[in-house]
Structure formats: C-alpha cells, structure tokens
Design a protein around this ligand. Structure first.
Ligand code: GLN
Length: 491
C-alpha cells in the first residue's frame, strides 16, 4: 500500500483510470500513512478518515458508472483556512475551535465536483499569519526534511506549513494552500514541493477565512509542476459569490507543462540580489539562469526600483486589512466565547483568550495605521507604494515575459529560531510579497539542495493571468534541476 502514497497525482489519476487500484485503496493507503505520521509531523489539525473512505467509495461508484471527473478519486489535504461543510475549520486559531462551517468554500467545492477526496484539514499559522507554522494554536508542524547529520526539528515554513509538510511526506497527493505574502511559495521552497499563487481573482475567496482580502489567494501545493497545474485548473474559476473573482475562462494549465520555452525573455531583477544573501542561494539563482538559457530563453537584467519598500508596505496593508477582517470574532457567532459581566467584557475576554500573540500584534498594528492622524502617514502611503510596485512590474513586463528570483532568502530554519524577533521572521517574505502587492502569479519550483541537504526553491513571476507561461517555465526548471530528492523517513 505504501507505494500508492509515493505516486504523483498524475500517476494516481492514470492508475485509477487503468483500474490498477481503486479510490478506496488509494484513500486507505493515505489514511494509514497519516495516522502513523501525524503524531510526529503534526501536519493535520483534523484527520477525516471516515469521510475520506466514504468519499472514495462514492468516487469508485461514479467511475464504475462511467462518470469520472478530472480528479476522480484523488486524495487531498485541505488547509484549515477553507470552510468545509460539516467539518471543523479553525484557521489555526483557538478562537475558532469547534467551529463547524455550514457551507463549503468554492475552491474545495470545485475539487469535490471534479471527484477529489478529502483526507483532513491541514495545520497552518494562526489566521495564516506567519512564516514558520509556529503561530498555530494547534502546535507547530515539523518539516519532514532534516539537515544532514542533525536531528534538529525544522520548520516547513508557513503559513501553509501543514500543506507543504503533508505533500513532502507523501501524506496526500496534493493540498490546497493560500498565499497572502508568500504562504504557498515559501513552504514549497522549504519542503521540496511545487507551489503556485495564481493571479489575484483566479480562485474564489468565498469560504476561505479572510486575512488580508486584497492580497489573499488560494493555490495548490503539489509534488510536481504538472500536478500543480492539474490542481489549479480545478480550483480556479469565476464565482459570483466573490466580487473580486475574475470572470474569465480557465485554460487547461497542464497543457502548458512541457511546452517549449524557446525564445521567452526572462528578467533577472537587480534589486532581488539583497545584501547578505547566502552564497548558495545566489549560486542556485545563477544556475537557474543557465538552465533557462540552455532551454532557449533570452536573459535580461531588469530593475524593479521600489522593491525595497515592499516589505514595509505589506506589513502595513496586511495588518490593516486583518484588523478589519478579524473584528468579527467577538464571541457572538463563531467558536470561542469567554464570559464577562458586560457585553464589552465578553468581547474583550473572548479576544484576549482566543487570539495568539502574533494575531494580536497584527490587529494592534492594523488598528494603529488606520487610526485618525496616522492613516495618511502609514496606510495611505503604503497604498501608494503598492501602486509603484505594481507599476514597476508593468514596465518590465513590456521587456520580458517572466522573472526569475529565489523564493526565500534561506533554507528551512530550526523551530524556535526566529521566534523572539518578528522582523527576522518577516524578512522571509522579501522575495514573495511584491507579487501579492501587485496581484501577479508566482510559482516556486524545487531547484536544488543547500550545503546541508535541504531543499531550495526558485520563483518565477509572470504577467497577470499568464500562469500558462509560468507552468511552461517551471516545467523547464524542473526538468533541468531533475530534483528527485525525498526526505529520509524518520516519522
Ligand atoms: N509570512 C507572511 C505573513 O506573515 C505571509 C503569510 C501568508 O502569505 N499568509 O503575513
């Protein structure tokens, strides 16, 4: 059975179609693997084995009737930020403990419509705020990867750390994730998996617990570029229930994987060569340039002059939106309620008890930058910077078709390492937040190993709605890198 969990999603689709195994066998293999691994990895907040097997049997029945969908029988993990009807959704927070959504998010509904099977709800940073999964009220996720010769527990990154760890450890064939400032791409980079944040508006945000609504996007984390393309095709699409969802046709993204990239122009932004970048990351980036050159791409140096303002702007805009979005958690309608003598006291006690430190920090920052007297100096200015960053990309996309950068400034770091310094943690997002601020698509592909044997990713950034080109380029990098490493099983 364990060989079934080692399959790529595409190989599993092929095996199911050829009736080499059933959806029930595939689900059972994953359920068994999760039960054995989760006490050590903590990738799942909630395992749903009964639901998985029931959905798998229904899938087998559909296939027998000749009604197989594109993801028929495919066993997936769902980030616990997605509302799943009748199944707890916590957003990684104590304040939503026990919250059973009465409805299904559009993205997960799309996956079930196409035949997929749910294995459970994946761990994440609280309300997706973080880069290491350590702000989760349900404990950190441990990265399946370890540095050579060390037993130190490492972070899988965040906020989609459970998604990335589960995919890397073969606990699911693919997972949903979300990315507000890098939460799909950085964990993908830390775990040797592929993660794509699509163009803002590709995937519906309906039923995804909101962090910063103008930045949040759903996307997949998968084992290969092709798997990511298959998943994104199902997840995407217009949804009248999300006014920011784009009413535009969804191509079959997998058709772009393996397409020639000959003649494409690739920009290398000067400003991403940041001070103190580890030598091995700079080298991998140069290697990526060589790979794309060899595949026929034309490489150009480009400038994105406002890059250095991206992190400060993000850490104003995101907390501002978060402070507004999180106002709804007051003990009246969802999850936790801490009693008090007056209504105000109930609000105060509930929020004091229900939110963790990082979430409180964001709410305070957000309320501050939005308050009278500071709004112009901080929030408005950050919005203007955001426009400049988007304009920088517009300019370079007249000269090039995509950009190549590292995904993250380091390999996976130790659990506990950056906990006392929020700024050090925020620096993880230096290469990823620009993409969210501009609403563009970005993909992380595993490209090599660090000196201590940990995965490192390269990021490709594309024009709005041009995920297709990104999938072709990511496929070329994947082929050239021939990244086949897997974590040594210790869990
Ligand atoms: N690490 C970033 C943050 O903490 C991004 C998180 C995300 O993309 N959800 O805000």
């Amino acid at each position: 059975m364990s060989t079934l969990t080692g399959l790529t999603l595409k190989a599993a689709i092929d095996g199911l179609s050829a009736k080499t195994f059933s959806a029930e066998e595939l689900a059972q293999a994953h359920v068994t693997a999760i039960a054995a691994a989760n006490p050590r990895l903590n990738a799942f907040i909630l395992e749903t084995p009964d639901k998985a097997l029931q959905m798998a049997r229904a899938s087998d029945a559909r296939r027998a009737k000749g009604e197989a969908g594109p993801l028929e029988g495919i066993a997936l993990g769902i980030k616990d930020l997605f509302c799943t009807e009748g199944v707890q959704a916590t957003a990684g927070s104590k304040i939503l403990k026990g919250f059973i959504p009465p409805y299904e998010s559009t993205v997960t509904a799309n996956l079930w419509r196409d035949g997929a099977v749910m294995l459970g709800k994946l761990n994440l940073d609280e309300f997706a705020m973080g880069s290491s999964n350590q702000t989760s009220a349900y404990g950190p996720v441990t990265n399946p990867w370890k540095s050579q010769g060390s037993n130190q527990a490492l972070t899988p990154g965040g906020s989609s750390g459970g998604s990335a760890a589960a995919v890397a450890a073969d606990l699911c064939l693919g997972a949903t994730a979300t990315d507000t400032g890098g939460s799909i791409r950085q964990p993908a980079s830390f775990t040797g998996t592929v993660g794509i944040k699509p163009t803002y508006g590709r995937c519906s945000r309906w039923g995804v617990v909101a962090f910063a609504s103008s930045l949040d996007q759903a996307g997949p984390i998968a084992k290969t570029v092709e798997d990511a393309a298959i998943l994104l095709t199902s997840m995407s699409g217009h949804d009248p229930k999300d006014s920011t969802s784009l009413d535009i046709a969804v191509p079959d993204f997998s058709a772009f994987v393996g397409k020639s990239v000959n003649g494409l122009r690739i920009g290398i932004p000067d400003e991403y060569r940041i001070e103190g970048m580890p030598e091995e990351i700079a080298k991998l980036w140069d290697q990526g340039v060589e790979w794309l050159k060899a595949a026929g791409c034309e490489i150009k140096r480009v400038s994105l002059p406002h890059t250095k303002y991206a992190l400060p702007a993000y850490y104003i805009v995101a907390p501002a939106e978060a402070s507004s979005n999180l106002a709804r958690y007051d003990g009246m309608r969802y999850g936790l309620r801490a009693e008090g003598a007056t209504l105000s006291e109930v609000y105060e006690n509930t929020r004091a008890e229900g939110f963790g430190d990082e979430v409180k920090r964001r709410i305070l920052i957000g309320a501050y930058v939005l308050s009278a007297g500071y709004y112009d100096a901080y929030y408005l200015k950050a919005q203007k910077v955001r426009r400049k960053i988007a304009d920088d990309f517009d300019v370079v996309f007249h000269e090039v078709d995509a950009l190549l950068t590292p995904t993250a400034p380091s390999a996976a770091f130790a659990l506990g390492e950056k906990n006392s310094d929020p700024i050090a943690m925020y620096l993880n997002d230096v290469f990823t937040v620009t993409v969210n601020l501009a609403g563009l698509p970005g993909i992380s592909v595993p490209a090599g190993l660090s000196s201590t044997g940990l995965p490192l990713g390269l990021q490709l950034i594309g024009r709005a709605l041009d995920e297709g080109t990104l999938f072709s380029l990511a496929g070329a990098v994947e082929d050239a890198a021939a990244f086949r490493a897997k974590p040594t099983k210790w869990w």
